[in-house]
Design a protein around this ligand. Structure first.
Ligand SMILES: NC(=O)c1ccc[n+]([C@@H]2O[C@H](COP(=O)([O-])OP(=O)(O)OC[C@H]3O[C@@H](n4cnc5c(N)ncnc54)[C@H](OP(=O)(O)O)[C@@H]3O)[C@@H](O)[C@H]2O)c1
Length: 280
């Protein structure tokens, strides 16, 4: 891609969504930059990395800053930059800062960072009073549909169908079970009227006794370059239902996050879900 002002409004009459990416040097950050570069209606206005990053002040391949200069990786968001949405795919330790920037600058906030603690989830709720935000453990529209199907199955099947959730991811993933597995488990607990924390069973080892029927069991596979797979099993004597989603490429999460960013720009303050995009 050339270094010129590729996103100038006169060249593209579609409304432009100007985004800042937090965690830009990461796998997802790079996938989002690549996906956004192929979408004329998106402009990567800022690519943020840590202050100690080797990428700091290096050019973002193929992108200009709209003034004909190469866009550089930065550790802070330029206060004069016109940005509508902050997209965060970083790490639990970095999330608080990303959210604080979005609230302070009154930006729409899209985040896919997983492994958040209860305090961070509470902070999201508080921030939603001021800005539109969409946090999702999984930006695949297929997974949003899986969540719906799982809810329907949990409501429809009797208590003789016990629920187990298996997630498989690449070996660099640091949190387990995956954020998506937990979201699916919460959906099952909610559909059954159970308190998630009382029925969730994370891993089994040793003399654990018979399985309580209400338990929702989690197992995690880690290895190689598996992008992300989730299987929800409903198991009864003599039969079993398996609902499975497989992600083959990180690009689908990047495209989903960008679609969420575009959609979120037109929304009032509040907390939104990927399912809200499906309903549209
Ligand atoms: N919701 C979804 O659909 C979805 C899909 C895939 C991944 N994820 C989640 O998204 C997150 C990122 O995944 P990834 O695969 O892109 O991980 P990654 O390759 O490890 O990238 C994470 C990025 O965050 C940066 N970072 C880490 N700690 C930081 C800190 N304290 N301050 C500032 N920046 C920091 C890292 O910077 P350095 O490069 O300097 O270390 C890195 O660039 C994870 O939580 C993952 O589980 C979500």
């Amino acid at each position: 891609m050339g270094g010129g002002p590729r996103y100038h409004a006169a060249m593209d009459p579609k409304p432009l969504t100007q985004i800042a990416i937090y965690g830009a040097a990461g796998r997802m950050g790079q996938a989002i930059i690549a996906a956004a570069s192929a979408m004329p209606e998106m402009m990567v206005a800022a690519a943020m990395v840590r202050a100690q990053s080797n990428w700091l002040e290096q050019p973002v391949a193929g992108l200009s800053d709209g003034r004909g200069e190469p866009l550089l990786y930065a550790s802070a968001l330029d206060p004069d930059l016109a940005v509508q949405v902050l997209i965060d795919f970083s790490a639990g330790a970095a999330f608080d800062n990303a959210l604080a920037i979005a609230v302070q600058r009154r930006l729409a906030f899209v985040s896919g960072t997983t492994g958040l603690d209860p305090g961070q989830l509470h902070a999201l709720q508080q921030a939603a009073k001021h800005i539109p935000l969409l946090w999702s453990a999984n930006f695949s529209l297929g997974v949003a549909l899986l969540q719906r199907l799982v809810t329907t199955a949990a409501r429809s099947l009797g208590p003789e169908f016990v629920a187990e959730i298996v997630d498989a991811h690449h070996q660099q993933k640091t949190d387990a079970p995956s954020g998506t597995a937990l979201v699916l488990g919460r959906a099952i607990a909610a559909a059954r009227g159970d308190t998630f924390d009382l029925v969730a069973k994370r891993g089994r080892d040793g003399q654990i006794g018979a399985r309580p029927p209400a338990e929702i069991g989690f197992s995690s596979i880690r290895g190689g370059d598996i992008v992300g797979e989730h299987t929800v099993l409903f198991i009864a004597p003599g039969e079993r239902i398996e609902l499975c989603h497989r992600a083959y490429s990180r690009d689908l999460f990047a495209r989903g996050a960008l679609r969420a960013a575009q959609w979120l720009c037109g929304q009032p303050a509040g907390r939104y879900r990927m399912e809200d995009l499906i309903a549209d």
